[in-house]
Every structure is written in structure tokens, then in C-alpha cells.
Design a protein around this ligand. Sequence first.
Ligand code: PLP
Length: 401
Amino acid sequence: MSDAPDDCGLGTRLVAAGRRPEWTGPVVNVPVWRGSTHLYADSADLAAGRPNADGHFFYGRRGTPTQWALCDALTGLEPGAAGTLLYPSGLAAISGALLGLLNAGDVLLMSDNAYEPSRSLAEKLLAPLGIETRWFDPLDIAAYRDAFCPRTKVVLLESPGSLTMEVCDVPALAAIARERGAFSVLDNTWAGPTGFTAIRHGVDASVLALTKHVGGHSDLMMGAVTATAAVHDALRERAQLLGQVVSPDDAALALRGLRTMGLRLQRQADSALAVAEWLGAQEQVAHVLCPMLPGAPGHDLWRRDFDGGCGLFSFVLRGRGVGDRARLIDNLRLFGIGFSWGGYESLVVPVDPQRIRTSTVWPRSGWAAEDRLGVRLAIGLEDPADLIADLAQAFAAMDRA
Ligand SMILES: *Cc1c(COP(=O)(O)O)cnc(C)c1O
């Protein structure tokens, strides 16, 4: 078994990814190599040292075949990438990418629709370290171009944006960053490498919360950064300085999740589209923010750049208060109330992004003043007809009150 060529289909590549014979041995999956200490043959072997790269035993912090196989698999799914680093959570991967590339005096440009903890990281950790963050509207390319200064070192993008789901023109934004001498980092958790090949679209580093689609079963926290050679080397050095390492058991779980990720995402995206279409026809719903839905914001860019979607999207209630929204959410039977997403089970949370947005992404121009309260759904592997019936009875319960 070895990596399937890039021109093979997605299913074939997901099955083959990372299963190098020198790591799997005679079994199908890479075994879980638990180990802190790697023993050397003799003093001369110890003195000879080891290349600092995946595939060479040195000490547990630099990984074992279990973690290397996961890195190898993720790198193989991003054509043009040189390597992947693993972190203990998706947020640790974002902070790993930013702390790996930024120094005191540098400026970070962060998309206004970034994941909220990324914003807190900028305000509460990067700022005290002397790294300044400036926010930009990801839908206003002219303003973004003007936001660069000679100290701008990194741009953090996210598409579709967390909660608000707008799709930005990642290839254009990444090209401008490169032209200005800055690295672009994309939080690619929504689409993942099977839905958006970030490096091929000009991004320098693609961040994934493996906690979501790769884990896929709500039983794992992990993050990864897959990057071009220059960025990968810089991140690797700082990840090692920070002592970042993930458990081989968790790496094996992530590899297991990866094998079925294509199937799960296809099913969740299809179901999400069916639910989004149904929501779009309900009079209680003012806006459906689902890039996969024809006519929804961002759909054209999604069609142009993406190879797939997933189960995560938001909608906005028409003229309702927080009491109504809570009643709707509390009456759902098949949707758990909880953070995260990408597992096999459906989830719901209320979303109020106007609190954290500083630009025009929420509310959008043209929205009526009373249409503000959002709901985010993560569609799981249940039958979509059951999910729609559940939403229908919860809307009815909201209206009865
Ligand atoms: C969940 C999430 C993260 C963080 O992942 P954790 O593993 O929960 O730390 C990062 N980015 C996005 C877009 C997410 O949804």
C-alpha cells in the first residue's frame, strides 16, 4: 500500500492516505506506537543523531509512525503542501500557525468573520507580545488591499466565516498577501482538504480543527496545519520549542475518521442542503446562510472554488425575540444543544455575531432591522426527513407560545 496518485478519486485517496508499508507492517492500519523513549543501538548511534523530520525516531515529542502517518495523510490531501504539523486542538493549531510566523512589531491582518477564539487570541495573547492585529472585511477586497503596511506579516482568512458563513475570494486575497510579502493562513475547517484544496488556491498554510470532520465522532480534540515548505519549517521549529505533541491514540482515531470522512461529508452536505431548502420556504425564516444553497450568499464563489460542502450552516429568524428562539431550540428533539460540529450527530446553537463583528458581514446590507437572531445547525448522519420533521414541530411549538 502506498499513497494513491493525486489524479485518483477522493475516496481512493482517503483510503490510501498515510498507509506506508514501513509504518503499517503487515496489518491494514498503522499500529498505535505508544512511546516516549526511543532506544538507540549503541553510543555511536546516539552520537550520530537523527534528521529532524517525520519518519526518524528521536524522542516521543517528535512523534512515532502513528502521528507521522496522520501528517503524511493530511499532506497528501493538499497538493502543493510540504508537510503537516499536529496540535492538541484546532485552536492550538491556529495559535501555532500565528505564533510560528509572527514576531514583536509585526502586524496580523485578521478576517472579521474569524472564529471567535482566534479574535481573543489576537487581543489577549498576541497584543501583549507586541504583535498588532487589524481586522478587515473579507468581502471588501479594495479595503483589504489598503490595509497592508510594510509590517504586515500574516493574513488570517476563514471561508466560509464562522457563524456568518460568507464565502470570500480566497485565491484573490491570498494572491494579494503574497504580492505584499505576507503569508496567508486559512482556517479551512469547514470544507477541509476534500472540499477546498487551500495550498493549490494560493494559501501558504491551511489550518484544520481535526476535532470536527476528521475525528467525525465527537470523541477527539486535535488540530493540524498543512503548509508550504517555508512555512512548515518555521512552524515546526516553534511547535517543537513549545513542546507541542499529540497522543498516538488520538492520532489513530483521527486516521480512522479520515477513512470515512468523504462519505460522511457527502451525506451531511446533501442533508444540509435539503434542510436549508426547507428552511428557505418557511415564513419564520428571514435568511438562510448556507453557501451550498443556490441563491444564498456566497453560492457563486463556493461553486467556483470548492469541491464539496458539509453539514454546517446558519439561518436568521424573521422578526423574533430571544424567547422565541430559545423555545425553538429547546423544542428540538433530534438536535443536541452544544458547541463544535462535524460529528455524526446533529447540533444546534444560537448565534449572535453582531457582538463580535466590526465590519459589514452581519447584519448584511438589505436586512430588515428586526431580522437579527441567528441559529446555527450542524447536520449529522440522521435521515434528513426526520430532521426536517423535527424542525417543523419545533417551529410549530415556537408559534404556539
Ligand atoms: C471548532 C473550530 C476551531 C477550533 O477547534 P478546536 O479543536 O475546538 O479547538 C477552529 N476553527 C473553526 C472554524 C472551528 O469551528
